[in-house]
Design a protein around this ligand. Sequence first.
Ligand code: PMV
Length: 324
Amino acid sequence: MESHGSGRAPGKVILLGEHAVVYGYPAIALAIDRFTSVTFALSRIPLVCSRIRSAPQSVALGTLEQACHVILRRTGQRFGVDLSSSRLEVESELPPGVGLGSSAALSVATIRAVSGVLGRILTEEEVCEAAFLAEHDFHGRPSGIDNTVVTFGGLLRFVRGEPPYRLPPPPEIPLVVVVGRQPRQTRTVVARLEERRRQAPRSVDARFAKIGDLTRAAEPLLATRDWQALGEAMLANHSLLRELGVSTAELDEIVGSARRRSAYGAKLTGGGGGGAVLCLVPEPREEFAAWFRRQGWFAFSVDIFGKEYRDERLSAGHPHFLQL
Ligand code: PMV
């Protein structure tokens, strides 16, 4: 048994389909080349959590500790051990709470680190399943998309309750993330939309169905690298999310600036209500990101993490563990 274990996991972005995915429509998401790394050791004293480096929009240490408590409780349940006395060191390149999968990445990295210390080899499916438990505590009623993409990497089509499907990743996809300044919680935005759906089921469901159509139509666009058409699909998806009330003036402003600058398309990514915008761009990604940084935003280019493609339907996301 090792006394220290380490684990790493990427963040994610949703290209198309957030929120609708909670109600059974497909979404397309990809793991990104920004990571959270965790070092774990059992200890004699209650949880000590330290952050050794993190993304500019840093989470308060207290909040990080709360998140680690949740993850260790769930991971401890999974392994049948008490992990309340532990030492964790967290290093993250992912801004927290903006829809880039930071909580799922923290969960997956921690589970990988703990499994090393306990000498228990977990399959990727088991890691994904364990992270899904913690996602429940963070998100209320998650679809499972975050933990799935963050665990397996690559470009995935995800349908709630079905095994996710790997899509062939293009050699490069010109994406830039622009992070807004508004704090938000996915849980609150998902709950608000659920209430709206209770009050106006037809109009909400009609928009979810349109998002589902856009998502299905996007797969061949990715395969042929038709960025113009994919960008238009992203803009249409953003408009539908705005009509559903999950965008904000700030997110709309970023989408508008991205369009005026040069983007094929842009949309909020993740839960909305604040958070980040994903842009598909024709110019060198770094130049586009630098232009946003000069306007005072936190922006960076992203690429797909986990491009080695295998034609496979993964077994994670199966109803057995998604029906919690
Ligand atoms: O965690 P976020 O903010 O990336 O949101 C995930 C996407 C949602 O569809 C809004 C929620 C879910 O569980 O699918």
